[in-house]
Write a protein that binds this ligand. Structure first.
Ligand code: CTP
Length: 394
């Protein structure tokens, strides 16, 4: 809950994608942030202040020097007491004004007086985005420490296809969280594995498990948000690829092993959340198996235990975190894995966490300390695991 109780000025400018600012507002409020919407005059041509203020549960400010209804905050106070300013959508015009230090309306005045980070989510026609002046403005702002989310490439409302679409609202939310997170993993190279593996029986069938990849993806996103350089090795998953990380998609346990072996030496922290197959069919049929026989037996052979291999090769300073999925004797079995695989931490959980948005885990360290966490959303579990890793580093 990085955004909880954070004071966020949401600047909305006049682009067709302004309607997406409504969804962004809804999500920010859902995260329990206090949203102060500021609209430019042209934004009001696209969406109404009423919609925005209803979703923000706060009055919309628009005019300079005006104390708006429901808000007793002057523009300077608004600027000084906010934790973050988001401009979404941001037109080429507002980007140009910020880059030139112009403050001729409430939003630009608030931005120029602000101490908080400013996150800009551009939205414009692709030709405008490619315009050399816009490019220079964006580069200048980036150099000055302004943060950007998007724009994305795709179909544009003006009929063009190209770069200029407002970033996905979820991506803007992630960027907002990142802007407000202490970078306690800066300098760390984190390798995370996620999802199931698939071991082929024939070209259309495979042996796999119920892992969705959510826990590993949450760990990768949280580590990135906290400043780490992240490599995510993922088995097949329907989750969207997290942005700003190195993403390595794999299918079978052998590919998972190869990817881990490749990235392990340069990693400072490894978190193995993947549900890697322990067995695979001894042979994979080249053509589809027909239902001719009454019964069918598939002989299986062991795959390599990637984590155990890493435990053996662990260098000084590398932190190795494993998971333990148990249906019985949770703590005892997890401790056994911690010792046998030479781990620094083991995160024990049950099948209830599989393919679920939440998880209830127990974290055990080498000293035998046991931390039982309550049922939490997976992103919160990820942060709690990373808190432990950071504490170990300290
Ligand atoms: N793991 C691995 N390679 C495998 C199997 C598991 O690296 N072939 C890792 C998992 O990513 C996890 C940890 O080992 O971090 C424990 O996995 P788990 O499935 O709980 O247990 P196993 O070690 O496979 O043992 P068992 O199935 O007997 O409980």
């Amino acid at each position: 809950m990085v955004l909880k109780d954070k004071k966020i000025v949401l600047g909305v400018t006049g682009a067709i994608s302004a309607y997406k600012a409504l969804e962004l507002t809804r999500l920010l409020v859902k995260e329990e942030a206090a949203v102060w919407p500021v609209m430019t005059r042209s934004a009001k041509e696209f969406i109404t202040p009423l919609s925005l203020s209803t979703l923000a549960r706060a009055g919309v400010s628009s005019e300079l020097f005006e104390l708006t209804e429901g808000s007793k905050i002057s523009h300077i106070e608004l600027a000084q007491s906010s934790d973050l300013i988001i401009v979404a959508p941001a037109t080429a015009n507002i980007i140009g004004k910020i880059a030139s230090g112009i403050s001729d309306d409430l939003l630009t005045t608030v931005i120029s007086a602000a101490a908080a980070p400013v996150l800009i989510a551009p939205s414009m026609n692709c030709r405008m985005w490619e315009n050399r002046i816009v490019r220079e403005n964006v580069e200048k702002l980036k150099k000055l420490g302004y943060l950007f989310a998007g724009p994305d490439t795709g179909e544009l409302a003006c009929g063009y296809d190209g770069r200029g679409r407002l970033a996905n609202v979820a991506e803007i939310l992630d960027a907002a969280e990142e802007a407000l997170t202490i970078k306690d993993l800066k300098g760390e190279k984190v390798l995370v594995t996620a999802g199931p593996t698939r071991e082929a029986i024939d070209p259309v069938r495979f042996v796999s498990n119920a892992s969705s990849g959510r826990m590993g993806y949450a760990l990768a996103k949280a580590a990135k948000r906290r400043g780490a350089e992240v490599v995510l090795v993922s088995g097949p998953s329907y989750l969207p690829k997290p942005s700003g990380i190195t993403f390595v998609p794999v299918t079978a346990a052998d590919e998972m092993r190869d990817a881990c072996v490749r990235y392990y030496p340069q990693s400072t922290i490894v978190i193995m959340a993947a549900a890697i197959a322990d067995y695979r069919p001894t042979k994979s049929y080249p053509t589809k198996v027909k239902k001719d026989a009454k019964t069918l037996s598939i002989e299986m052979e062991r795959t390599i235990d990637v984590l155990q291999y890493m435990g053996r090769k662990k260098k000084n300073g590398q932190i190795l975190v494993g998971f333990a999925l148990e249906t019985e004797n949770l703590e005892e079995n997890a401790k056994k894995k911690l010792n046998e695989k030479n781990l620094d931490l083991v995160v024990a959980n049950t099948p209830l966490g599989l393919d679920s948005l939440t998880n209830q885990v127990t974290i055990i360290n080498k000293e035998g300390d046991i931390e039982v966490l309550p049922l939490l959303g997976k992103i919160d579990v990820a942060d709690r695991i990373l808190d432990r890793v950071v504490r170990m580093r300290d």
